[in-house]
Write a protein that binds this ligand. Structure first.
Ligand SMILES: *Cc1c(COP(=O)(O)O)cnc(C)c1O
Length: 323
């Protein structure tokens, strides 16, 4: 196992208390009515930087020694992890370098620069950017911080689980978006330590669910990456996965896979019924409930993980499109 313990999550919470927001736990009248049991939305879409990734990123930087902090941090991510790392580093006066490929659109590059990070643009793929991040870590001694498979990242995401148990002490089931498994592993560690009877569901998209394929195979597997509305759930879990695969295998009660239409339904429900702008990855829990995939035993908490959706895509989906 990972060796990670509940106490690591409590230590993470102390470290990041001044950097992250305690996010709202809103009852959903419409989903509660539909299911016949209380349903709550844990609105991590209202976290600073627009996703829960700030929890892990903040903890990973805050736990570095003074000497390590002086050498900075580095990552290759165009998405929510890069954004969160850039923000947390600027708050902690640590230099962050985010490596991006030449194919990343200029507005995304600028968004990461605006958060105070140094941007290094290299090559023509995410793999090229990752190799450059590793080179910088090697040459400058900067700490390479991956998006999920790292104990400090998992413990940071686990602070979300502590909030769930405090905000809904009698929670029976929790729905967690599942990709690399950093969010799932951290939340599951916190919740199953508090009460092993809480049922934990991991929700992924059908198009390229690497963790699901890996759980089925009994070892980390590669799957083809496909375009999906849940773009923040894309990507592999790493064939040399150290932590999140084993933790997800041991702590997950059930995995559900959603098609694009169900994810789109989740986005529309969030907007029209809950007045929330959420990205596809964050809408999968709502989509699973609307599809009737979850037995109606409550209270149910749905983790709504982020809001960083492309606005043109959001408008298309609200108008009825499923892509
Ligand atoms: C990263 C991310 C996820 C998945 O988290 P993992 O730790 O990779 O499983 C889900 N939702 C959003 C919005 C994310 O940014």
């Amino acid at each position: 196992m990972s060796g990670l313990q509940l106490n690591d999550v409590y230590l993470a919470r102390q470290r990041i208390a001044s950097l992250v927001r305690v996010t709202p736990m809103d009852p959903s009248p419409s989903l509660s009515k539909q299911l016949g049991v209380p349903v709550y939305l844990k609105l991590e879409s209202q976290q600073i930087t627009g996703s829960f990734k700030l929890r892990g990123a903040s903890n990973a930087i805050a736990q570095l020694s003074t000497g390590q902090r002086a050498k900075g941090v580095v990552a290759a991510s165009t998405g929510n992890h890069g954004r969160a790392l850039a923000y947390a580093a600027s708050q902690l006066n640590v230099k962050a370098t985010i490596c991006l490929s030449q194919l990343v659109p200029p507005n995304k590059v600028q968004a990461i620069r605006d958060l105070g990070a140094e941007v290094c643009i290299i090559g023509r793929s995410q793999d090229d950017a990752q190799r450059q991040a590793e080179r910088i870590a090697g040459e400058q001694g900067a700490a390479l911080l991956p998006p999920f498979d790292h104990p400090a990242i998992i413990a940071g995401q686990g602070t979300l689980g502590l909030e769930i148990i405090e905000q809904v002490p009698d929670v029976a089931q929790v729905l967690v978006p599942l990709s690399g498994g950093g969010l799932f592993a951290g939340v599951a560690l916190a919740l199953k330590s508090a009460n092993p009877n809480i049922r934990l569901h991991g929700i992924s998209m059908q198009r390229g669910a690497a963790m699901h394929a890996s759980l089925q195979a009994g070892q980390p597997m590669e799957v083809e990456e496909l375009p999906t509305l849940a773009d923040s759930l894309g990507g592999g879990i790493g064939l040399d996965n150290q932590y999140t695969f084993a933790m997800t295998r041991d702590l997950c009660d059930q995995v559900h896979l959603l098609d694009e239409a169900s994810i789109a339904n989740g986005i529309r429900h969030a907007y029209f019924q809950e007045r929330q702008v959420v990205e596809g990855a964050a809408a999968v829990g709502i989509g699973a409930l609307l599809d009737g995939l979850i037995e109606p035993r409550g209270p149910i908490v749905v983790v709504v993980s982020g809001r960083n959706v492309d606005l043109e895509q959001h408008l298309r989906v609200l108008a009825g499109a499923n892509q």
